[in-house]
Design a protein. Structure first.
Length: 132
């Protein structure tokens, strides 16, 4: 069913927040702030490696969108289980964490403003799932 039991709700919230923390701290610790968005970037993030290897401006918003794009039909056909719920939370977190700087170019991902907007979006998703 569409309604999640308490364990699955806890699993979703925990995974969503852990992904947010890992993505944010990982980006800050592993990112090449000086070489960002140029040919000399030496970022050690997985998306930074993909950018260097492919030349495509790949970010974790794209990874989140890919996960969600693949996962949604699977959930619609087979339903939600622990694995699909974890992947859904990961994809959702990766996507919403970077949506604001993607849509509003004047807000930078590494700014305090974007951090709090992203945190608010994560909390909004959690409240939404608690309501349904």
């Amino acid at each position: 069913t569409i309604f999640l039991n308490i364990f699955m709700l806890d699993l979703f919230i925990t995974t969503l927040l852990i992904t947010f923390i890992i993505a944010r701290f990982g980006a800050h610790l592993l990112h090449d702030h000086e070489g960002y968005k140029n040919k000399r970037e030496k970022s050690k993030t997985p998306t930074g490696v993909i950018r260097r290897k492919t030349g495509f401006n790949f970010h974790h918003i794209h990874l989140g969108a890919i996960i969600l794009f693949i996962l949604l039909p699977i959930i619609l056909i087979y339903g939600i289980n622990d694995t699909t719920l974890i992947l859904f939370a990961i994809g959702t977190s990766l996507f919403i964490d970077e949506i604001v700087p993607y849509l509003f170019r004047n807000i930078k991902y590494f700014s305090i403003k974007d951090f709090f907007i992203s945190l608010f979006l994560h909390l909004f998703i959690i409240i939404f799932y608690l309501i349904i």
